[in-house]
Every structure is written in structure tokens, then in C-alpha cells.
Design a protein around this ligand. Sequence first.
Ligand SMILES: Cc1cc2nc3c(=O)[nH]c(=O)nc-3n(C[C@H](O)[C@H](O)[C@H](O)COP(=O)(O)OP(=O)(O)OC[C@H]3O[C@@H](n4cnc5c(N)ncnc54)[C@H](O)[C@@H]3O)c2cc1C
Length: 255
Amino acid sequence: MNLFSSTPLSFLARKASSLGVERVRYELKMREVNVLRKVAIGNSLLAITFGGEALADFESRSFDDHCKFMFTTPGGDMVRRDYTPRHFDRQKCELTLEFALHEHGLATDWARAARVGDTAVIGGPRGSMIVPGDLDWYWLIGDSAAFPAIRRRLEELPASARVEVVALCAHPADCALFATLPEAQLHCVVSTEELSAAVRALELPGGVGYAWCAAEAASARAIREILREKGLAKEAMRVAAYWKAGAADFHEKLD
Ligand SMILES: Cc1cc2nc3c(=O)[nH]c(=O)nc-3n(C[C@H](O)[C@H](O)[C@H](O)COP(=O)(O)OP(=O)(O)OC[C@H]3O[C@@H](n4cnc5c(N)ncnc54)[C@H](O)[C@@H]3O)c2cc1C
């Protein structure tokens, strides 16, 4: 089930790999939104739900889509950061993003201070890479910036899916954030070293599967190497650097 799908009016699709991965493009739109509500999710996430008529034709068909979250600082600067569309309610025109609460950052600070009625702009998503939900197995690996995508994926996969989740939870109680599917195994760790070790310890299942990881840049690189060493083909994995220690507004593509 894809919670975000609607009549596919505005995209071109093509099959991208032998796994049946599909790439979809959307018309790029900037949508003005306003804060409707704010809810703490465990210790590490703050869910903010936005509303606005501009969301009527919002589309996001894959769990790891991203949109540009844009807002203006009190000093008048426009800030843009990447966030995952965590949940979209088409009937109510409500989009929820989940902000990982780290020590300091313009977007994190904005989320902490946000009040009902505050305005922002959501750009995109530009497209989706849709990994089928009927593969033999899935690995979902990441730190708190990846939790929104992992949580969405767990909601959208069929109940029978075989999933291993490896999550870096700085607060061990946040292991509870992953409502597990009947066939899902959860490995909660508390450091990047443990994240790598837990991935290394995973046994590659038989059949056709897909490994997905998003984390801090150095950690993501290390995990990509481990997945390669395990013999996973390039098209059977996606590893992304979602942020970089010490760098604000970080952007980098892992090749
Ligand atoms: C495709 C994509 C999807 C993403 N989806 C989400 C999402 O749904 N939710 C989410 O919370 N993040 C998500 N991120 C990560 C988010 O864009 C970055 O964490 C961003 O840097 C946060 O902006 P900021 O203004 O708070 O911090 P910045 O101003 O960018 O950085 C300030 C300082 O905080 C540090 N920092 C940044 N992010 C983190 C972090 N997560 N943990 C610890 N320290 C950090 C930086 O190293 C820097 O020192 C996503 C990133 C990508 C590329």
C-alpha cells in the first residue's frame, strides 16, 4: 500500500532496473503551507503537520522522497533543507514532516520554535524512486534523520514483508518508534560503530531484496562498503548521506 498515491496525472514513469524499480518525475511546485499542529514522537522526532490549499495536488509515491522545506529567519534569510514527506492526508490536504531534534541547526531550531499558523514553503518532491513492495527481503538502516523514511516504509510495505531494521537510537526508548511488521526484525544500536557492526552481522538472505540506508556521511560511506563486501549489487541498494558532522546545509551524492 502506498499511502500517498493518487491518480497519476503529472508524471512520466519508466522502469529503471531489473528489480522493477520505477522512477517517476513530478512537475516541480512550490507550495505555501502553514503549521496546523506539532507533536513530539519519542525523544528524537518532532512531527509538524502543515496545511494549505496548495497541497491539493501534492504527490509523493516513495518512502524516501524528499522535499525542500523553506522558511525565512527573523533576519530575513531564506533557508532550505531536505525533509521526507512522512505522511500526506489528501482528503484533509495535510502534510506531516518529522524533524530529528539535533543540538543546533536552523531547521531544527525553526521546528522547536514553530507555532500554529507559522508559514513555510514546501518545494517538490521532484520525483520518486519506487522500489517494489513484493521483493523477498528489505533492509532499512539509518539514524534519526532517516527515521521518518524508515517509519513510512514500514507502514507502506505489505504485512508479509521480511524486513530487518537497523536503527541508531541515541535514546534507547526510541526503538519503540518502529511499529514492526510481523516479519520485521529490529536491531537498535546506540553508536555509529554499533550501526556498522550490526549491518556487518546481518546475513544476506536468499532471493531478491533491497538494502536502503541513510545516515551521517561518514557512517553512510562505511555502510555502503559493508554492503558491497557482502556482494550486494549496486541496483539492490541505495545509500544516502543525509547530513554531515560539522557541516550546515550539507549536500553530497554518494556514488
Ligand atoms: C533526502 C533527504 C531527506 C531527509 N529527510 C529528513 C527528515 O525527514 N527529517 C530530518 O530530521 N532530517 C532529514 N534529512 C536531514 C536534514 O536535511 C539535515 O539534518 C539538515 O542538515 C538539518 O538542517 P538544520 O538546519 O537543522 O541543520 P544544519 O544547519 O544543516 O546543520 C547545523 C549543524 O547540525 C548538524 N546536524 C545536521 N543534521 C543533523 C542530524 N540529523 N543529527 C545531528 N546533527 C546534525 C550539522 O553537522 C551542523 O553541525 C534529510 C536529508 C536528505 C538529504
